[in-house]
Design a protein around this ligand. Structure first.
Ligand code: PMV
Length: 331
């Protein structure tokens, strides 16, 4: 009844922004990401304890906190509904990167939680079923069940059974692909993705345009991954990111995740590319800039990023592994 798992954050190349069903966590659009080999969440669960407890990065967050009620509480309710199991659970989870600052901490956390729960309760769920379970904690967690390059299908069923993740290619398919995460602020973001995307769906005049253009981006990025066409993947991912941020900025009230460092780095990346250093940027629901490049240029780009004023930290990520059960327990 006790088990542990590790999962890694993923960085979306084609973003998910907006749900068609908030309860079941069903997206309006499909998305594609790369699971990293960095940014890990390590989670231990034990069922059969007197009450549900969550300890995140050393802090106990029980009922009544946003983290518990909106995230873990919902996940546990979905788990109990799906499995009929009623045992109370203690969850202890640790991230090795800033939580809630646009580095997909919830993706790694819920993929690790679903994997640990599956093992502790002996549910024998396969990876597709695990992706459905992880989705009930956080949408982007659907994709962190698999390593490498992953697509989360929109699906069309009302019950969400076809809104699953599939692996497009394992990490060994494209080991030269790099994501350089440039941390422009360690502060937790003001608007969480869950609240932000729901407001965007309701109020952004650009949201329809976003949805209309996603199929093109999914097809381009999927085929670019398959043929290892870096220019196609990078260009499409960057455009997709800017379109998503355009819907955020045109939300009422506006959601602007960028800070001054974010914008300065964007300009520099465009200049570096004009000089012939091929790299592209992507940004999620936070101010951090992730630079996509190939291994041959990674050292030069890391050097430039580290020298850049206003950058707090720079981390290099490669295509990483599946979420997996580990023996090391956190309690
Ligand atoms: O799953 P959430 O609630 O963390 O939302 C993720 C949203 C983005 O990171 C902005 C895009 C994505 O597809 O990961």
């Amino acid at each position: 009844m006790k088990a542990s798992a590790i999962a890694h954050a993923n960085i979306a190349l084609v973003k998910y922004w907006g749900k068609r069903d908030n309860g079941l966590m069903l997206p309006h659009n499909g998305s594609i990401s790369m699971t990293t080999d960095d940014f890990a969440a390590h989670t231990t669960v034990e069922f059969g304890v007197p009450e549900d407890v969550l300890v995140l990065n050393g802090t106990q967050l029980g009922k009544g906190t946003e983290e518990y009620d909106e995230y873990v509480g919902n996940f546990l309710a979905a788990l109990r509904e799906m499995t009929g199991r009623r045992e109370r659970v203690k969850i202890v989870s640790k991230n090795d990167f800033p939580t809630a600052a646009g580095l997909a901490s919830s993706a790694a956390g819920f993929a690790a939680l679903a994997t640990a729960v599956n093992e502790a309760l002996g549910l024998n769920l396969d990876q597709q079923a695990l992706s459905v379970l992880a989705r009930r904690g956080s949408g982007s967690a659907t994709r962190s069940i698999y390593g490498g390059f992953v697509e989360w299908l929109r699906g069309s069923n009302q019950d969400g059974r076809d809104s699953i993740a599939l692996q497009i290619a394992p990490p060994s398919h494209w080991p030269a692909f790099r994501m350089i995460a440039c941390i422009t602020s360690f502060q937790a973001k003001k608007v969480k993705s869950r609240a932000g995307m729901s407001q965007t769906v309701k109020t952004s005049a650009l949201y329809k345009g976003w949805l209309d253009s996603v199929k093109h981006d999914l097809d381009a990025v999927r085929s670019g991954i398959q043929s290892r066409d870096f220019s196609l993947v990078g260009r499409t991912a960057e455009e997709n990111c800017l379109k998503m941020h355009a819907t955020m900025m045109t939300t009422r009230p506006p959601i602007i995740y960028w800070n001054a460092g974010t914008l300065e780095l964007i300009h520099s990346i465009l200049d570096w590319r004009d000089e012939g250093l091929e790299c592209y940027f992507t940004i999620d629901a936070g101010p951090q800039v992730k630079i996509m490049c190939l291994s041959k240029d990674a050292e030069e780009i890391m050097k430039r990023a580290k020298e850049f004023p206003g950058i707090e930290d720079v981390r290099l990520a490669r295509p990483g592994p599946d979420a997996r059960v580990v023996r090391e327990h956190l309690f």
